[in-house]
Design a protein around this ligand. Structure first.
Ligand SMILES: Nc1ncnc2c1ncn2[C@@H]1O[C@H](COP(=O)(O)OP(=O)(O)OP(=O)(O)O)[C@@H](O)[C@H]1O
Ligand SMILES: [Mg+2]
Length: 150
């Protein structure tokens, strides 16, 4: 488990860059944290680092937004599971199909049943302290060799 201070948006951007450089199809970046903790901000920064230009709508209402090459280096599914009433609904909206060959950036992952059991899951817990943020990062086995935190 690694704790990273994110005093400002630039720091969040730096973390996003490291994630984006290491990201592969099949991965999950599970973004925990309360309302306004900075989950969408981090997801947007990852998409930008993967090459996406322009807006990244928050998937609060659509639940799933898809980004495909060549605009991004690899297919990405950006999801916000907050509005799911039960984890089974993730299957009903076709999450497994969306995930084929793609990396998943998941806000409120617990509402979809959680992804921590997947070896390629990078769990990030965003904590709010006044106007700053802190990320507590827990790499699944597939991530340990991939990220250097120095
Ligand atoms: N590292 C940071 N330092 C300071 N402010 C930040 C940081 N990261 C995000 N913020 C600010 O926090 C606010 C909320 O961020 P964001 O929308 O990403 O939260 P969220 O976790 O996705 O919330 P929700 O659960 O409602 O979707 C934004 O105004 C954003 O600019
Ligand atoms: Mg959000």
């Amino acid at each position: 488990m690694i704790t990273i201070d994110l005093p400002d948006l630039a720091a969040t951007g730096g973390l996003a860059l490291r994630i984006a450089d290491a990201l592969r199809p099949g991965d999950v970046v599970a973004l925990y944290g309360g309302l306004g903790a900075g989950k969408t901000t981090l997801a947007r920064a990852v998409l930008a680092a993967l090459g996406h230009h322009g807006e990244v709508p928050s998937p609060t209402f659509s639940i799933i937004e898809v980004y495909d090459p060549p605009a991004v280096r690899l297919p990405v599914v950006h999801a916000d599971f907050y509005r799911l009433n039960a984890p089974a609904e993730a299957g009903e909206i076709g999450l497994d199909d969306y995930r084929q060959g793609a990396a998943l950036l998941a806000e409120w992952p617990d509402h979809a049943g959680g992804f921590g059991h997947e070896p390629a899951c990078l769990t990030i817990r965003m904590e709010t302290r006044d106007n700053t943020r802190r990320a507590i990062v827990e790499p699944g086995p597939d991530w340990i060799e991939r990220l250097s935190w120095t």
